[in-house]
Design a protein around this ligand. Sequence first.
Ligand code: 5GP
Length: 217
Amino acid sequence: MGSILRTRRRGILFVISGPSGVGKGTLRERLLARESQLVYSISATTRLPRPGERHGREYFFVSQAEFERLIREHQLLEWAFVYGNYYGTPRPFVLETLARGQDVLLEIDIQGAMQIKRRFPQGVFVFIMPPSMPELARRLAARGQDPPETIARRLAQYEEEIGHVKDYEYMVVNDQLECAVDELMAIVTAERCRVSRWMEEGDDSGTAFDEPPDEGQ
Ligand code: 5GP
């Protein structure tokens, strides 16, 4: 066998997304706490920091002009306009981390996930599903971070967003938090065991990101 298998595999890109308020952020934190070999990619955004958020920890908080420069200079793997602000994934960090053989986690919106999937289908795309609409409305309100009109806008988008689940390989229903984290862990573990990830000629050579990115949304 020897030569058909790599001794080290390339990193796997895990993308979790789903409607806003579905608990993606909490799930991501729990997953990272339990899975130390997964590296989180911190996004850039033009939104203002919320109380307690710090530049370089939750996000890279940048001006609109700086964000536009990042787009122009192809520094973002994907970017999207989400609820009035720009968000984007820094390209160099993700590519370098994957090339080192480390697995990367993105937690991004659906538009961004679909941009990544078009150019990097060997990524692993997980849709986080809320248990129900009333529960989602309750979670958004309980978060207390957004004005009522923002919450109403997010709920209206939700119905449309849920239809995108068909474009994902995996779905995790965020009903019981610990169960959902267990399911995410199971997905991560299974993907690491895929033979194709270890083949010399496997499908994970991952050069699609070297091309200039699509235009964002
Ligand atoms: P928040 O402002 O509440 O932290 O995030 C708002 C939304 O933006 C969430 O759905 C989050 O997943 C998404 N988001 C965060 N970072 C990125 C990113 O880099 N790209 C895209 N497309 N969406 C992002």
